[in-house]
Write a protein that binds this ligand. Structure first.
Ligand code: PA5
Length: 446
């Protein structure tokens, strides 16, 4: 399967073909806005042609940096949050052994860890305990270079690294990915002489996985970033022109048609636990891009069959405001069969000899039919297998569809004014210099 399969046949009946068809012109307009840069947020469209513009020299440079960290470290800690974290986490989790964390690091194959994606005191302390006396490196990622969560983690881990290996050696083991000129991280990186990569001005955090933000950690984890980018470039070609054979347009139109029909929540469903973090990445992409001006589908996700045993009842019979998008992987990378048992006390012999995935696929089909019967529109996106090329295609597919969908919805998909509100309050409560008036105002409300 060169592209991805998208089936809307179990969704279109809910919104009606007429409504779906009526969004054709808006979709064509959205695609032209993305390509011509004539829509809202046009200065953040660097991601549109990113896959085809990445050069072999850029890939080789990232791979060389990754090779150094791989050779020299047992652990590499990637520090970042939101768009500076989720893309790498999603790809690494999708491609890694589920139990990778329980194997000891092998020479030349460090464990990739994440920090600065929360402000957990236990998390930080436990990470420091793990890294004590171990050879580790740091990739610190922040486009603005001023985000509080990664700044705290970096300050603590940098000090620890300097203490363990000395300032000169620490400098060699730290790589910064940040703005070309602005922000505290850029100032620090230049002063210390860290190896740095630039996040292009015109690529927002949630669209940055195919820049060094995502590519460097993914390469350090040992995955093929050239194949990831090639997959994305393939999908850039597939989704360039409007039309019924453009899966990004189809997905964007279908979800907007459902939204107009009162389906306010989209569940991204997987039947493969390796895709858990891919859904987290997708939630940020769609949530930050569309949730504004009192509008936007709420992006949620579930891991099936696990969550069928917790959320299944609500999905089957709760308020009919949801639709599902099932992300289905056709072929697992391995074969594992159900064994025969002479006594058959568990009654499972009717499955003996079958692949586990055969059962999983029947659970998937049975669930889709059941939920559809229960009033849930279901779209299905099918990929052949989980590999770098496929993930690159999926990433670009969802990015492109997000841009189209946001413009159909009538918002600027490339800003995120709402994420500042909590920061302002937090700084006021912490007494950050420069926030004196806000501190007085918020304290008066407590
Ligand atoms: O999409 C976004 O813009 C945000 O999620 C940011 O990526 C996140 O807040 C981290 O920002 P920064 O990379 O500036 O530290």
């Amino acid at each position: 399967m060169k592209t991805i399969g998208l089936d809307i046949s179990r969704a279109i009946g809910f919104a009606g073909k007429e409504k779906y068809d009526s969004l054709r012109d808006k979709a064509i307009d959205a695609i032209s806005k993305l390509d011509e840069g004539t829509g809202a947020g046009a200065d953040f469209l660097g991601w549109v042609k990113l896959p085809s513009e990445i050069t072999p020299a850029m890939i080789a440079d990232i791979e060389a940096t990754a090779a150094t960290l791989r050779k020299e470290c047992e652990f590499v800690v990637c520090i970042g949050i939101g768009g500076s974290y989720l893309g790498a986490k999603a790809v690494i989790a999708a491609l890694s052994d589920s139990f990778a964390d329980f194997y000891a690091p092998a020479p030349g194959s460090p464990k990739v860890l994440f920090a600065g994606q929360n402000i957990g005191e236990e998390y930080t302390s436990e990470l420091r305990r793990l890294l004590k006396g171990r050879r580790f490196g740091i990739i610190v990622i922040s486009k603005s270079g001023t985000t509080t969560e990664p700044a705290i983690a970096f300050r603590i881990l940098k000090d620890m690294l300097v203490e363990q290996v000395g300032a000169d050696e620490a400098r060699r083991l730290i790589v910064a990915v940040t703005d070309k000129a602005k922000g505290a991280l850029r100032t620090l990186a230049d002063r210390e002489g860290y190896k740095t990569y630039v996040i292009p001005d015109n690529v927002g955090g949630r669209f940055s996985v195919l820049t060094p933000v995502g590519l460097l950690p993914i390469a350090v984890a040992g995955f093929d970033i050239a194949a990831l980018v090639a997959g994305a470039a393939d999908m850039e070609g597939t989704t360039r022109l409007p039309g019924d054979d453009n899966p990004a347009e189809t997905y964007a139109r279908m979800r907007n048609a459902l939204y107009q029909d009162g389906k306010k929540i989209e569940l991204l469903v997987n039947f493969n636990p390796k895709l858990h973090y891919f859904a987290e990445w997708w939630k940020q992409l769609y949530g930050e891009s569309e949730g504004k001006e009192g509008k936007g589908i709420f992006p949620a996700s579930v891991d099936f069959t696990t969550d069928l045993h917790s959320m299944g009842q609500w999905i089957q019979e709760g308020e009919r405001t949801i639709f599902e998008t099932v992300l289905s992987v056709k072929e697992p990378a391995v074969e594992e069969r159900i064994t025969d048992d002479a006594e058959n006390l568990d009654g499972l012999n009717y499955l003996a000899g079958k692949r586990i995935d055969e059962v999983n696929k029947m659970a998937e089909l049975g669930t889709i039919i059941a939920h559809n019967d229960g009033g849930v529109p279901v779209m299905k996106i099918e990929v052949h297998s989980l590999d770098e090329h496929t993930l690159g295609r999926l990433i670009y597919f969802f990015e492109r569809a997000c841009g189209i969908s946001g413009y159909i919805l009538g918002v600027n998909p490339f800003n995120q004014p709402g994420v500042e509100a909590y920061k302002k309050n937090m700084f006021a409560l912490l007494g950050k210099p420069g926030y004196e008036a806000e501190t007085a105002a918020i304290k008066a409300r407590l």
